[in-house]
Design a protein around this ligand. Structure first.
Ligand code: IMP
Length: 519
C-alpha cells in the first residue's frame, strides 16, 4: 500500500477508536479499535524507512490521536474497574501486581502474540531466564524481524523493558536486535535496561555448545547452539562473567582471560582470539553503560510506585532443567520460579500466571514426545501451522495436545488462565484428538504423574479422545460464540481436562486474530 494511503488508513482507525470512546461506554469496542490502530501504526507503520524524510503534520496528528485515545481508554478502564466491570484483557492489570506469560509445553507456543497485545497495558516488560535460544518474530512494514533477547514490550512506546539477572546475554546479538529496532523506527533510548547481575554468553560458549553436541553424536540434545548451557555452566561453576563486570575493565579483563584459559583447558582445539575479543568487548562496554543497572532496585521501586509489570517467559516448562524431560532440556528454569530468581521480586507480588498452550503440541530438538504424530496428522499440523523454529529454522515435531503434560505444567506453575493458540490450524480436519491419559505400555496400568525416567516416558501409551473437527474458517471470529460449535466444544473439553480457564484463543496468524473470553 502507498505510504500516504496507509497513513490515511491509520488516521481513520484512530478516528474510529475515538468515536467509539465518545459515543459508547463499551471498553471492548473502543479498545479493539485502539488496539487495531496501534498495531497498524506500530507494525505497518510507513514512517519506519522511506516516509521518515517527508514526515508530515498527518503523522503528528496520528501521534496526537494515539495519545488522546490512550488517555481516554485508560480513564474508561479505570472507571470500569472501580465499578466492578471487567476490562478487555484482565482486571489484574488495574493493580500493580506482576503478571507473567509462560510457555506451558515444549516452547514455541506463541507467547509473543499475547505479550505484544498485553504489553500496551503494562509499564514494564521483563525477561527473566534463558537467552537468545528464545525467539519471536515481528513484522514491520512487511519486513520480518526476529528477536531473541529484547522483550516484545519494546514495541509499545511507553513501556520500559528489563533483561533480568536470570538471563544470559550474548551482547553482539542484543546490540544487533537494538540496531534492527532502530532501523525499523522503534526508539529504544532510555527504555531498555539490563541487569548488572545477568551473565554474559561469549562466542566461545557457543562454540563449546556446538562441540558438546558433536561429541554426543546421536545422543545429542538438539540445542539451539546459542551457548546457553555452557554460559549457565560458567555461572554455576562461579567463573562466569556478569554484565556489570564490563564497567570495571581491569576486573573484566582478568576474569575474561581466566575464563578463556579454563575453557581452553577443556577444549584445546577451541580458537579464541583473546585480544580481538577484548577489543570488541571494550566497545560493547561503552555502548551498554547507560543500559546497565541494578534491575532489582529498579523493578522493585517501579512496583512500589504503582507500575504494572509483565514478565515475558522464554522457552517452556517441559524444557525446565528441573521439571522438564532431562537431559533434553534447556539449562535454566523457564517455569514460574524464574520470575522470583531471575528478576529479584517476592512471590506475594505475583498475580496473573498465564500459561500459553498450543491447541496441539510441538517440540524441537531431541527427547521424548508422547503424543507425537509421525503421520498425516503430524504433517497437517506442521504444514498448516508453519512449524519452523524462529531461532534455528528447524522443522518442529508435531503431535496432539497432551493433557497429562499440561496437568503437570499447571501443577508446577499454578496458571490463573490459559492462552490457547493456533486453534485455526485444526480447520479442515475431520476429527481432532486429545491425549488424555498415560498408561504403562507393558502392564496397561495408568500412570498418574509425569515420569522422571525418560525410559518410562518413551514407552508410555497415550489414550486419546476423538472429537469432531470443523471446516469453517475461524480466523475472522472475534468472540467465542462466533466459533463453530465443534471448535467451542474442543475449547470446553480442554478447559475441563486441564482445570484452568482458557481466556485467550488464537484463531489466525495475524496479530489481532485472538479472541478474549471473560473467564
Ligand atoms: P538450548 O536451550 O539451546 O540449550 O537447547 C536445549 C533444548 O531446548 C533443545 O531441545 C532446544 O531445541 C530447546 N529449546 C530451547 N529454547 C527453546 C525455545 O524457545 N523453543 C523451543 N525449544 C527450545
Amino acid at each position: 500500500m502507498h505510504v500516504n494511503s496507509k497513513r490515511t488508513k491509520i488516521s481513520n482507525m484512530f478516528r474510529t477508536a475515538i468515536q467509539r470512546l465518545t459515543s459508547s461506554s463499551s471498553i471492548a469496542a473502543a479498545a479493539t479499535a485502539f488496539g487495531a490502530a496501534t498495531y497498524a501504526y506500530t507494525f505497518d507503520n510507513p514512517v519506519s524507512a522511506s516516509a521518515k524524510a517527508d514526515d508530515s503534520s498527518e503523522m503528528d496528528a496520528i501521534k496526537a490521536w494515539m495519545k488522546e485515545t490512550d488517555v481516554k481508554l485508560a480513564k474508561l478502564e479505570a472507571n470500569a474497574v472501580s465499578s466492578g466491570a471487567s476490562s478487555i484483557m484482565d482486571t489484574s492489570k488495574a493493580t500493580n501486581k506482576i503478571d507473567i506469560v509462560l510457555g506451558a509445553q515444549w516452547g514455541d507456543e506463541g507467547k509473543g502474540k499475547l505479550v505484544d497485545m498485553l504489553g500496551m497495558h503494562y509499564d514494564v516488560c521483563a525477561r527473566v531466564a534463558g537467552g537468545s535460544n528464545a525467539g519471536h518474530t515481528i513484522v514491520v512494514d512487511n519486513v520480518k524481524y526476529k528477536f531473541h533477547l529484547v522483550p516484545s514490550g519494546i514495541l509499545h512506546p511507553a513501556t520500559k523493558c528489563v533483561i533480568g539477572n536470570g538471563v544470559v546475554v550474548h551482547m553482539p546479538q542484543f546490540l544487533k536486535e537494538l540496531k534492527g529496532l532502530k532501523e525499523a523506527g522503534v526508539d529504544t533510548t532510555g527504555r531498555i535496561f539490563i541487569s548488572d547481575r545477568a551473565h554474559l554468553v561469549f562466542d566461545f560458549h557457543q562454540a563449546v555448545d556446538g562441540a558438546q553436541e558433536s561429541k554426543l553424536g546421536r545422543n545429542k540434545i538438539g540445542t539451539t547452539k546459542k551457548g546457553i548451557g555452557p554460559a549457565y555452566a560458567s555461572k554455576i561453576s562461579r567463573n562466569g562473567i556478569r554484565v556489570g563486570d564490563l564497567q570495571d575493565w581491569e576486573y573484566f579483563e582478568e576474569r575474561f582471560r581466566a575464563l578463556v584459559s579454563s575453557t581452553m583447558s577443556q577444549y584445546p582445539s577451541l580458537n579464541v582470539d583473546v585480544e580481538e575479543e577484548l577489543k570488541v568487548y571494550k566497545e560493547i562496554a561503552s555502548k551498554i553503560k547507560t543500559m546497565t543497572i541494578d534491575t532489582i532496585e529498579y523493578v522493585n521501586s517501579q512496583h512500589k510506585n504503582g507500575a504494572r509489570i509483565l514478565v515475558e517467559g522464554a522457552n517452556a516448562t517441559m524444557l525446565d532443567i528441573d521439571f522438564g524431560t532431562y537431559p533434553y532440556v534447556t539449562s535454566s528454569n523457564p517455569s514460574v520460579g524464574s520470575v522470583l530468581t531471575g528478576l529479584g521480586v517476592s512471590p506475594n507480588k505475583l498475580a496473573g500466571i498465564y500459561g500459553t498452550v498450543k491447541a496441539y503440541c510441538t517440540r524441537v530438538g531431541e527427547g521424548p514426545f508422547p503424543t507425537e504424530q509421525l503421520n498425516d496428522y503430524g504433517e497437517h499440523l506442521g504444514t498448516v501451522g508453519a512449524e519452523f523454529g524462529t531461532t534455528t529454522g528447524r522443522a518442529r515435531r508435531c503431535g496432539w495436545l497432551d493433557i497429562p503434560q499440561m496437568q503437570y505444567s499447571a501443577k508446577i506453575n499454578g496458571y490463573t488462565a490459559l492462552n490457547l493458540t493456533k486453534l485455526d490450524v485444526f480447520t479442515g480436519l475431520k476429527s481432532v484428538f486429545i491425549g488424555t491419559k498415560y498408561v504403562d505400555a507393558d502392564t496397561g496400568k495408568p500412570i498418574h504423574s509425569m515420569p522422571a525416567s525418560l525410559r518410562q516416558l518413551y514407552k508410555v501409551k497415550v489414550i486419546y479422545e476423538e472429537l469432531p473437527g470443523w471446516t469453517e474458517d475461524i480466523s475472522k471470529c472475534t468472540s467465542f460464540e462466533d466459533l463453530p460449535p465443534n471448535a467451542q466444544a474442543y475449547v470446553h473439553r480442554v478447559e475441563e481436562l486441564i482445570g484452568v480457564p482458557i481466556r485467550w484463543i488464537g484463531v489466525g496468524p495475524g496479530r489481532r486474530d485472538i479472541i478474549y473470553r471473560d473467564v
